[in-house]
Write a protein that binds this ligand. Structure first.
Ligand code: FAD
Length: 455
């Protein structure tokens, strides 16, 4: 028989339970057809960096399958039954999708396939979203107890890489869409081999320094694996198996495992609350006063383009424009600045991030923003307002990160880098004065918050 493996967020061949299921369904004399469907509902709103990265991943997969990857375009609920009919396929295999749109789409595809089995095996997560619940069966609202239960639940060992896949050849394939012109944005190399290599380098050279180095954006302290995890070039199981073999790694191994647990946690929150991609998890914050009008738009544009006059904020936004990535600490700082200093709704910033980040992911991004905005899960009180100056001094003490992304400040003595207006010559030419007074805006935020609380 012929079995279809429909690739989505699992663009690899190793550690791929759904692919193994397809191979088994095909049997010793059958063939496996690797399919990718360009669905405008997902591809359309993606943003150029993610589009380009996805296309690069698919080019890699095409090569890995010996040129067998079949590309089709359109609504999967119409496209897949047609492919199945064309090839007389006996089953369609996927890695389960946990996102709001993916779940609906998969249900529609399953209906449209009728008698042909639509087989979900595995998920992009260590534990499939929805599976870790409290004793009373309700979902966790807070990370720490979730992560304890998540660890207790445990996870599977990596699945073996298949030796020889009987790929079907000669199946008609559409051309992929053209690769967008990124205008100088530098993306990491895409695909499974590149992801595994990035992981191996981090594991062997930097993992043991992760606990100490993960918060300093001027050092290469984190793994930079997020885009590979997003597109499933690497499954987190592969990473955890390596981490488990390094029990001596202590705090760093524990921290890294925790970050993978955050990724699972946010997918779990989205599973239980699909509306949390847009709706405030703490609804009272929705009714708070936010700024709008021409002046607010001008400030938003200054934020978006890295011209706020607050060096760590500008460096972060320019990193986003330069390499479609921002360090985690700086994501928190720029997000806090937009919500608490410029009084914009978190959804505004989340949209900008989704447009520009190569790792842009609905669950991690929307809940990361909600957390910063004080409307998310966990103890993230609204009144905790990041101070961009002290954050800069603490996490980028010698200004390495700022100087990397803000050339106007390169010649400043490190002691002035985070407050260039205090430098003897004043703010260097070409760099903006601060667009707001942080102390004042902080108070405005707190007052607006108090007003909602008092209602
Ligand atoms: P590492 O520190 O090496 O962490 C390893 C992996 O753990 C990451 O690749 C990621 O998959 C996961 N991880 C780490 N931190 C988090 C976290 N806080 N939440 C969920 N998963 C995490 N991450 C995304 O993958 N996509 C996003 O769109 C995204 N948007 C964010 C928006 C905001 C406002 C904030 C505060 C955080 C966001 N994050 C997002 C989480 C985090 O910033 C990135 O995962 C991380 O910076 C990626 O770099 P890394 O791979 O070097 O991370």
């Amino acid at each position: 028989p012929t079995a279809l493996i429909w690739f989505r967020r699992d663009l690899r061949l190793g550690d791929h339970p759904a692919l193994l299921a397809a191979i088994e369904a095909a049997g010793p004399d059958g063939t496996v057809v690797p399919v990718f469907v360009f669905d405008d509902r997902l591809y359309g709103p993606s943003g150029d960096p993610r589009r380009a990265f996805l296309l690069d991943c698919l080019a890699d997969l095409h090569e890995q399958t010996g040129g067998a990857l079949v590309i089709r375009t359109g609504d999967p609920a119409q496209v897949l039954p047609r492919v199945v009919e064309e090839l007389g396929a006996g089953s369609v295999h996927v890695t389960a999708d946990a996102g709001p749109y993916g779940r609906q789409r998969d249900a529609a595809v399953e209906r449209a396939l009728g008698e042909v089995p639509f087989v979900r095996t595995g998920s992009p997560y260590l534990v499939a979203p929805g599976r870790v619940v409290k004793r009373d069966g309700t979902p966790f609202q807070v990370f720490s107890p979730f992560s304890r239960a998540w660890r207790e639940h445990g996870w599977h060992a990596p699945a073996p890489r298949p030796d020889d896949v009987p790929w079907a050849t000669g199946v008609r394939s559409d051309d992929p869409p053209p690769r967008p012109d990124l205008d100088g944005v530098r993306l990491p190399p895409a695909g499974e081999a590149a992801g595994l290599e990035a992981w191996a380098r981090f594991r062997d050279e930097r993992l043991l320094g992760y606990a100490a180095g993960r918060n300093t954006p001027g050092t290469n302290g984190t793994s930079r694996l997020s885009a590979y995890l997003k597109y499933g070039c690497v499954h987190p199981r592969t990473l955890l198996a390596d981490l488990a073999a390094r029990d001596d790694g202590g705090e760093s191994v524990r921290r890294y495992t925790d970050e993978l647990a955050w990724r699972d946690f946010y997918a779990d929150v989205l599973w239980h609350r699909p509306d949390s991609a847009r709706a405030y998890l703490k609804p009272e914050l929705q009714s708070m006063a936010y700024d709008s009008g021409p002046h607010a738009d001008e400030l938003l544009e200054a934020w978006r383009t890295g011209r706020t006059g607050f060096p760590i904020v500008d460096a972060g936004m320019r990193q986003m424009l330069g390499e479609a990535y921002v360090h985690n600490r700086v994501r928190m700082i720029v997000a806090s600045f937009l919500v608490k200093d410029l009084h914009q709704e978190w959804t505004v910033g989340a949209k900008v991030f989704m447009e520009h980040l190569v790792d842009g992911d609905l669950a991690s991004n929307q809940h990361g923003w909600q957390w910063v905005a004080g409307s998310g899960t966990d103890a993230s009180p609204y009144y905790r307002v990041f101070n961009p100056i002290t954050q800069g001094k603490k996490f980028d003490p010698d200004g390495t990160y700022v100087k990397q992304w803000v050339p106007e400040l390169r010649d400043l003595d490190p002691k002035y880098v985070h407050e260039p207006w205090t430098a003897p010559g004043g703010v260097p030419a070409g760099y903006p004065e601060p667009i707001v007074d942080h102390a004042h805006e902080r108070q405005v935020s707190l007052d607006r918050y108090a007003a909602v609380r008092a209602r």
